[in-house]
Design a protein around this ligand. Structure first.
Ligand SMILES: O=C(CO)COP(=O)(O)O
Length: 254
C-alpha cells in the first residue's frame, strides 16, 4: 500500500514571517507521517527557518527547484548540497512553470533528479501536457517521454522512492481540474511506463500525484482513484485551514 503524499507548492508567494507563522500554526495539527506525508515546498529564503520549525513534527520541507551541480560558478543558483545541509526532504523538479519560463528541459530534469538522490533529497518530478497536446491526442506519448527521460539512470531503489507529479498544464491555476478519470488514466499510464522502464515492483511502489486546481472539495474524489497517490497543490495550499483539509483527505485516503 502506497502512503499518500500531500505537497503544497507555495510558488513565489508569502514573506518569511507569513511562511513561518503558517508552519508554526499547522505543525501540531499535521497527522503522523506513518499515515500521510505532508510536505511544504517553499521559496528558498523560507527554508532555513522552516526546516528548523518543522523538525520533530510531521511536516516535511521541500524546495521548488535547485541546480544539479554541488557547487561552482553558477550565480544565483542553489545547490542540492545546500538543501541537504538544511535538512530539506523533498525538491520539486521540472515544474511546468520552470520548463516554460526558465528553460528547464528533460535533460536538466534528469540531471537534477539524479543529483537529488546523490544528496539525500527526494525528487517530486513534474510532468504534464499542454492543452494543444491533449487536443491532438499526444498526452500519453508526451508524458511517457518526460517520465522516461527524467528517471533515466536511476537504480530501482531510487526509482521506488521518487514521486512523480502529473500536472496537466491546462489545469494549473485555471480552476479547470482534470476529471478524476482523466487524471487517473494518465497516472496509471505513468505507472505502466515505470514498470516498463524498471520493474513491476518499482511501479507498485512509486508514488504518483495529481496536480492542477486541487482543492478541499475535489481532493477526495481524486484520491479515491486507483493510481493517484497524492496531490501537488498550489493555490489551495496557501491557507492553513485549506491545506490541513487536503492533508486530512490524504490521511483518510489510505
Ligand atoms: O502547479 C501546481 C502545483 O505545483 C498546481 O497549482 P494550482 O493548485 O494552483 O492549480
Amino acid at each position: 500500500m502506497r502512503k499518500p503524499i500531500i505537497a503544497g507548492n507555495w510558488k513565489m508567494n508569502k514573506l518569511v514571517a507569513d511562511g513561518a507563522r503558517f508552519v508554526v500554526d499547522i505543525r501540531e495539527k499535521v497527522p503522523s507521517s506513518d499515515e500521510v506525508d505532508t510536505v511544504v515546498c517553499a521559496p528558498f529564503v523560507h527554508i532555513p527557518f522552516l526546516s528548523e520549525a518543522a523538525r520533530e513534527f510531521h511536516v516535511k520541507i521541500g524546495a521548488q527547484n535547485m541546480h544539479y551541480e554541488e557547487s561552482g560558478a553558477f550565480t544565483g543558483e542553489v545547490s542540492p548540497k545546500m538543501l541537504e545541509d538544511l535538512l530539506v526532504d523533498y525538491v520539486i523538479i521540472g515544474h511546468s512553470e520552470r520548463r516554460q519560463y526558465f528553460n528547464e528541459t528533460d535533460e536538466t530534469v534528469n540531471k537534477k533528479t539524479l543529483a537529488a538522490f546523490e544528496n539525500n533529497l527526494l525528487p517530486i518530478v513534474c510532468v504534464g501536457e499542454s492543452l494543444d497536446q491533449r487536443e491532438n491526442n499526444e498526452t500519453m506519448s508526451f508524458v511517457e517521454g518526460q517520465v522516461r527521460q527524467a528517471l533515466d539512470g536511476l537504480t530501482d531503489e531510487q526509482a521506488k522512492q521518487a514521486v512523480i507529479a502529473y500536472e496537466p498544464i491546462w489545469a494549473i491555476g485555471t480552476g479547470k481540474t482534470a476529471t478524476s478519470e482523466q487524471a487517473n488514466e494518465v497516472c496509471a499510464h505513468i505507472r505502466q511506463v515505470v514498470q516498463d522502464q524498471f520493474s513491476e515492483e518499482v511501479a507498485q511502489e512509486v508514488r504518483v500525484q495529481y496536480g492542477g486546481s486541487v482543492k478541499p472539495d475535489n481532493i477526495e474524489e481524486l484520491l479515491s482513484q486507483s493510481d493517484i497517490d497524492g496531490a501537488l497543490v498550489g493555490g489551495a495550499s496557501l491557507k492553513e485551514d485549506s491545506f490541513l483539509k487536503l492533508v486530512e483527505a490524504g490521511q483518510n485516503a489510505r
